[in-house]
Design a protein around this ligand. Structure first.
Ligand code: ATP
Length: 301
């Protein structure tokens, strides 16, 4: 196990951020922590990369206890934090070199690693660019390069693609899958269920400081929902009308949307015949539906 958490607990004053959390992360796989805002995902990550101390319970990374071996753990992992914490007074290259030197790499090795990681993230032509002149996507790619300079066995990414355009998101996804192919273990948080579904072998769903469920995306979908969903955009009055007439079809409401669940696409024939003009989409159940069902909340866009 690369990470092993048992009854992990974190309290900030009166706030319980993580409660009785158990999970394990196996080598060479990608794990996703998903959950609504404030669920405790970032706190869990910060305990793993040893900048927040657990209040109680046990947390081992590479078999080492986070309380007794933080330096040894930090040396073997890479972190892509939620916020952009690049040094704005330095260039792309200087940001990488400062980091490489922080890990104590001798200068020739540091130079080689920095160049490799710039090439890997397609940033070589930006080596001399000051950080404020980089686009949002370039800054994110630089943070990823920086997380790789110490040749980590585990990479922790807190919302790696939030706010990025689709092209950069796809590029980052490709790079992460490439890293996984090399045997590197990945742990990420995301609010994008398409991202979780594309990248993650295992998903840990958290809500209100606790683990709600864990499994592969397909396992979670099968466990919690029938295979078909009719998503209808109906105003409140129409929604009340539909629900009144078809109480036997399982459903959820969220904002202006109604989600009906069925074991066959034909389960919704009655609804569509009664409201032929309702704006709707018929689709397979997704991780987003599971999220909604388990946490009762929509994902922050
Ligand atoms: P988001 O999706 O918004 O990033 P999250 O799931 O990562 O949320 P955390 O950031 O871990 O959640 O926060 C969990 C809880 O702990 C929240 O109630 C938050 O306000 C609280 N919290 C986090 N950091 C601190 C801190 N340094 N001091 C006090 N409370 C904190």
């Amino acid at each position: 196990m690369v990470i092993e958490a048992k009854s992990l607990h974190k309290r900030y004053g009166g706030i319980v951020a993580v409660k009785s959390l158990d999970f394990g992360v196996e080598k060479g796989r990608c794990y996703g922590l998903v959950g609504p805002n404030g669920a405790g995902k970032t706190t869990t990550m910060k305990m793993i990369y040893c900048i927040v101390l657990p209040t109680s319970g046990s947390l081992r990374v590479f078999g080492l206890d986070v309380l007794s071996h933080p330096r040894q753990i930090k040396a073997r992992l890479g972190v892509v934090p939620q916020e952009n914490n690049l040094d704005p007074d330095l260039t792309t290259w200087q940001n990488l070199m400062v980091y490489a030197r922080y890990f104590g790499l001798p200068r020739p090795l540091a130079r080689r690693r920095c160049q490799e990681q710039l090439d890997f993230m397609d940033l070589s032509d930006r080596a001399g660019t000051p950080v404020p002149d980089l686009s949002g996507g370039m800054k994110r790619r630089l943070i990823m390069s920086r997380a790789l300079v110490n040749d980590p066995e585990l990479i922790i990414l807190d919302e790696p693609t939030t706010g990025l355009d689709p092209q950069v998101r796809h590029l980052i996804w490709d790079k992460l899958l490439e890293l996984k192919d090399r045997g590197i273990t990945l742990l990420l948080t995301t609010h994008y269920m398409d991202e979780a579904q594309k990248l993650c072998d295992e998903i840990i769903i958290m809500d209100q400081a606790r683990r709600v469920d864990v499994g592969s995306p397909t396992e979670l979908i099968r466990r919690h929902l029938p295979p078909y969903v009719l998503e209808a955009r109906a105003g409140r009055r129409l929604a009340a009308d539909i629900l009144g007439r078809f109480p036997e079809i399982s459903h959820q409401e969220s904002g202006q949307s109604l989600y009906f669940y069925g074991s066959a696409a034909t389960d919704f024939d009655g609804i569509l015949a009664a409201w032929p003009r309702v704006e709707h989409v018929l689709r397979p159940a997704s991780l987003e539906d599971v999220f909604l069902k388990l946490t009762g909340r929509e994902i922050r866009a």
